[in-house]
Structure formats: structure tokens, C-alpha cells
Design a protein around this ligand. Structure first.
Ligand code: FAD
Length: 316
């Protein structure tokens, strides 16, 4: 094997850049790097496409109106591979060594891979309620993204679950589509800043069910009703509804990097304006970094920048 060498008794396959994560950020970095003839490997723990692949319909990706997340993921993967990028999916990573000039990762059953630079594009996921029917109706009435799915609920009645900034701000934003928005929140106080609370509580289209949560989702082809449970009395009642948006927190997938690169208090990776983390030669992009807006377009933009700065770094 030409670009491989032995360390002790392990075969170490060598690349110029390794990308950890095959969502839109990682795939875009793979496209830019491999097209620039940089020997690139994408290692993805889940299925290719990340959160994007979970999306039934994407209506806001410029130039490609109404495409399924699965198709967009496949198209991006094929594009990267057409320039020579290697992709390993459903990988189980057992170790990360980023301190030395040559960075390396070890994969269960696949040996070790090294590179001069690494791009972490591990993404994240929205915190779920973990109640019956939630997964079943994800994308069919249950959503975690108002920007993505709001206009699918024009003149419909919807519920927003949560009481923090994103829940109350998105509840107000969703009133431009929905005929009525009901905020269901587990406490009788909000964890949002004053302005968000005032705007939501004074909005004519928004009402509130407090000290409560959504305990189950029902429907056939799509969501038709939920049960709402009062967490103080334990009482439950059914509510006919067209859509439920869940904003109860976001979990960046940065657990493996806690002792490797600097994270902020929300466990998001801190990067400088060259997308480099606190470790030289380790870059980061997409939903896993400290940022305000998490969209496919912003992940693609981060992936582009991280790739171009990584090229500058390896050519230094
Ligand atoms: C249900 C839903 C609908 C959405 N709809 C839209 C929409 O319509 N329009 C829009 O613009 N945005 C939408 N978004 C948001 C968008 O999908 C994300 O902003 C985008 O996917 C982030 O891309 P990413 O590459 O940073 O991360 P992700 O898409 O999260 O991909 C990260 C990948 O890295 C893998 N991974 C994690 N840890 C590791 C590791 N240590 N090593 C290797 N691989 C790892 C994960 O398995 C995953 O495959 C939606 C999100 C959700 C959840």
C-alpha cells in the first residue's frame, strides 16, 4: 500500500486531510479539498448526510428547490467521490491523537489513519422529548426547525414545546405561517430573556399551556393529535393539532473532543476566523462549532472555509 507505513505492527494509511463527519459541512470540505487534489478522507460515524439525511423535504437550499435530504446527501457524496475523496461511513472511532504534527484516528476493525490536518464536522442534534410517536412523526408533523419547516404549516394550528429563547422566538416567527400557536412548557416561568417573553406573551396568535408537556403523538399518514400532560396534577387531555415544533435544547456532538480542543460552556467548539480550533492543524465546521444560525447553507459555508484554510495550513 503506497501511502501507508508501519508503526509497531499497525498499518497507518496516510492522507493530507481527514474530515470527521459526513454531513453538509464535512461533505463540502471533502468536495473543495479533493477538487484541489488534496488527498482527503471523510470518516462518518452515522449515515452520510447527518441531520440533512433525516429531512424529508428541504425547501431552502439555494438552486435546488424541494429536494429530499437523502437525495441532497447522496448528491454531495457522489460529487466529493468524483474528485477522488474517500468516504468511510458507519465508522466506529476508537481513538483520536491530534497533539502531534501528524494527527491520527483509529477505527474499530479498519486500522489507523493519519493526516497533516483534521477538520471536525461532527454536527449535533436537537434534544428530543423521547415520548411515543415522536420519532414516527418526525418530518410528518413533528419538527425541530422552524426555518426549515414553518411554511409547511400555513394557516394551520401548531404547538411549540419549550420555554427558552429559541422556543419563544421561534413561536413568534411561526405566527407568520400558523393560524394559532400554543406554547407548551414544563414550568410556569420561562428561561428566555425578557424581550422574547414580552413578544411571545403579548402576541395575539399565541397562547400558553404551562407546567405541562406533550406526552404522546398520534396520527395515520401525518400527525393528527397529541396528549398534553400536566406535570403537577398528572392529568392528561387530547389536543387536535397539525404540527408540533420541539425546542428543548441542542446537543453538539463534541463529547470525544472535550479534552482535545477548547469548547464553550454549551460544549460547542470554539474556532478562530480561519476555522482553526485551539489545536494547531485541527479545524472545525458546521453545527458543532460556536455559532448563531444552524442551517445547511451555513454548514456548507463553514466547510468551504475550513477546507480552504486547511489547504493553506498543509502547504505552509
Ligand atoms: C429534522 C431536521 C430538519 C432540518 N431541515 C433543514 C432544512 O430544511 N434546511 C436547512 O438548511 N437545515 C435544516 N436542518 C438543519 C441542518 O440539517 C443542519 O444545520 C446541518 O445538517 C448541519 O450540518 P453538519 O455537517 O454541521 O452536521 P450534521 O448534519 O449533524 O452531520 C454530522 C455528521 O457527523 C457524524 N459524526 C458525529 N460525531 C462524529 C465523530 N466523532 N466522528 C465522525 N463522524 C461523526 C454524524 O453521525 C453526522 O453524520 C434540519 C435539521 C433537522 C434535525
Amino acid at each position: 500500500m503506497q501511502d501507508a507505513f508501519f508503526t509497531g505492527n499497525i498499518i497507518m494509511e496516510e492522507y493530507e486531510v481527514i474530515i470527521l463527519g459526513g454531513g453538509p459541512a464535512g461533505l463540502t470540505a471533502g468536495i473543495y479539498l479533493s477538487r484541489a487534489k488534496v488527498k482527503t478522507l471523510i470518516i462518518n460515524e452515522g449515515i452520510i448526510g447527518g441531520q440533512m439525511s433525516l429531512t424529508h423535504e428541504i425547501a431552502n437550499y439555494p438552486g435546488v428547490p424541494n429536494i429530499s435530504g437523502y437525495m441532497l446527501s447522496r448528491t454531495m457524496q457522489k460529487q466529493a467521490e468524483s474528485f477522488g475523496c474517500k468516504v468511510i461511513s458507519n465508522a466506529k472511532i476508537t481513538s483520536y491523537k491530534f497533539a502531534d504534527k501528524l494527527k491520527s484516528v483509529e477505527l474499530a476493525g479498519k486500522g489507523s489513519f493519519s493526516a497533516k490536518a483534521v477538520i471536525i464536522a461532527s454536527g449535533g442534534k436537537s434534544r428530543e422529548l423521547n415520548v411515543p410517536g415522536e420519532k414516527e412523526f418526525a418530518g410528518r408533523g413533528v419538527s425541530y426547525c422552524a426555518t426549515c419547516d414553518g411554511d409547511f404549516f400555513q394557516d394551520k394550528e401548531i404547538i411549540v414545546v419549550g420555554g427558552g429563547n429559541s422556543a419563544l422566538e421561534e413561536a413568534v416567527a411561526l405566527t407568520q405561517y400558523a393560524s394559532k400557536v400554543t406554547v407548551v412548557h414544563e414550568f410556569d416561568y420561562f428561561q428566555a430573556h425578557k424581550k422574547a417573553v414580552e413578544e411571545a406573551t403579548s402576541h395575539p396568535k399565541i397562547d400558553f399551556i404551562l407546567n405541562s408537556t406533550v406526552s404522546a403523538f398520534y396520527g395515520l399518514q401525518s400527525l393528527e393529535k397529541v396528549t398534553v400532560k400536566n406535570l403537577k396534577s398528572g392529568e392528561e387531555f387530547e389536543k387536535k393539532i397539525d404540527g408540533v415544533f420541539i425546542f428543548i435544547g441542542y446537543v453538539p456532538q463534541t463529547e470525544p473532543f472535550i479534552d482535545i480542543v477548547k469548547l464553550n460552556e454549551r460544549k460547542e467548539i470554539i474556532v478562530d476566523n480561519t476555522m482553526m480550533t485551539s489545536v494547531s492543524g485541527v479545524f472545525a465546521a458546521g453545527d458543532c462549532i460556536e455559532k448563531r444560525f444552524r442551517q445547511i447553507t451555513t454548514a456548507v459555508s463553514d466547510g468551504t472555509k475550513a477546507a480552504l484554510y486547511a489547504i493553506e495550513y498543509i502547504q505552509k
